[in-house]
Design a protein around this ligand. Structure first.
Ligand code: ATP
Ligand code: MG
Length: 280
């Protein structure tokens, strides 16, 4: 697998409605590294989910493009899976059946039955495979959704606040597990969150967004080993630095609530050729 950045977002601007004075997303340029976890953080309404849906091919930008390798994203694909805040499982199906759904749709379940079993074991659901999903806790249901997302062996996994509905204990455990899976299985992950601690706990880099309009106003590398010690001095310092960045943005926005913030133009140069173009 290539080590180049698989996801390129270039000159992306989006208006939901042409009457909007400010775009929802404004001139977004970003490249996302292979096999790493990138967190997108920003206040509610800044456009995080909008941007993630564009990477997933669920929504088209007004201007600019998302490329996954050299392939311009125009529709969803099994190669880039999305996982939402709510697990959206079929309540009348078992854990195994739900986890197998992506493979069943792809027509490959027969040959990949073992993968579903392995994944359910990996996410700690060995004893629940034959249960109906409605008999599981919220955290267990989110694990089923995670197994389902991973079963089709996606190159890219897009996570839109997947843990926000969970209790703190389950959330912390899943944050650690998902970051581990990202690196062990070389899956490129993009995590949307407004939880700064979650971003520092999981991400290799954090991208900071501002609102009205949605802009990328900063980026921070998180150079900590996994699993991360949330009580370590380095962890706390990085968290504090991100909080300070947020305060700075808020102060700037209070002065000029509906204006663009001055940020240096970010350049990304997408590759022109790659195998995924032929594969998709
Ligand atoms: N389908 C839509 N039509 C019109 N406006 C929309 C639509 N979806 C979202 N918006 C608006 O676009 C802006 C960005 O929304 P988005 O859902 O991307 O924000 P977010 O950063 O994910 O917020 P949150 O953290 O609350 O999930 C918001 O002002 C929202 O009201
Ligand atoms: Mg959202």
């Amino acid at each position: 697998m290539s080590t180049a950045s698989p996801i390129w977002i270039s000159d992306l601007t989006h208006y939901y409605n042409r009457k909007q004075e400010m775009p929802t997303l404004d001139d977004i340029n970003l490249s996302i590294p292979q096999g790493q976890l990138t967190a997108l953080i920003g206040r509610s309404g800044c456009g995080k989910s909008t941007l993630l849906q564009m990477v997933a091919g669920l929504l088209m930008p007004t201007e600019g493009a998302v490329r996954i390798r050299a392939h311009t994203v125009t529709k969803p694909s099994a190669k880039w899976n999305m996982m939402f805040q709510k697990p959206s499982l079929y309540p009348w199906m078992t854990v195994r059946e739900n986890a197998a759904l992506g493979l069943v749709f792809a027509g490959t379940y027969k040959h990949k039955k073992d993968r579903v079993e392995e994944l359910l074991d990996m996410v700690g659901l060995s004893e629940h495979k034959d249960k109906n999903v409605q008999d599981l806790s919220g955290g267990q249901q989110q694990r089923v959704a995670l197994a389902r997302s991973l079963a089709t062996e996606p190159e890219v996994l897009l996570l839109d606040e997947p843990f926000s509905a969970l209790d703190a204990f389950t959330r912390t455990a899943l944050q650690t597990e998902v970051a581990q899976i990202c690196h062990d299985q070389n899956i490129t992950m993009v995590l949307v969150t407004h939880d700064i601690e979650e971003a520092v706990a999981m991400a290799d880099q954090v991208v900071i967004m501002s609102h009205n309009p949605g802009q990328i106003v900063g980026e921070k590398h998180i150079p900590l080993d996994y699993p991360r010690d949330r009580n370590s001095g380095e962890f706390i310092t990085l968290k504090d630095e991100l909080f300070a960045e947020f305060e700075k943005i808020d102060q700037a926005k209070q002065k000029k609530p509906f204006e663009r913030l001055e940020v240096p133009k970010r350049e990304v140069k997408p590759p022109v050729d790659d195998s995924l173009q032929q594969a998709s």
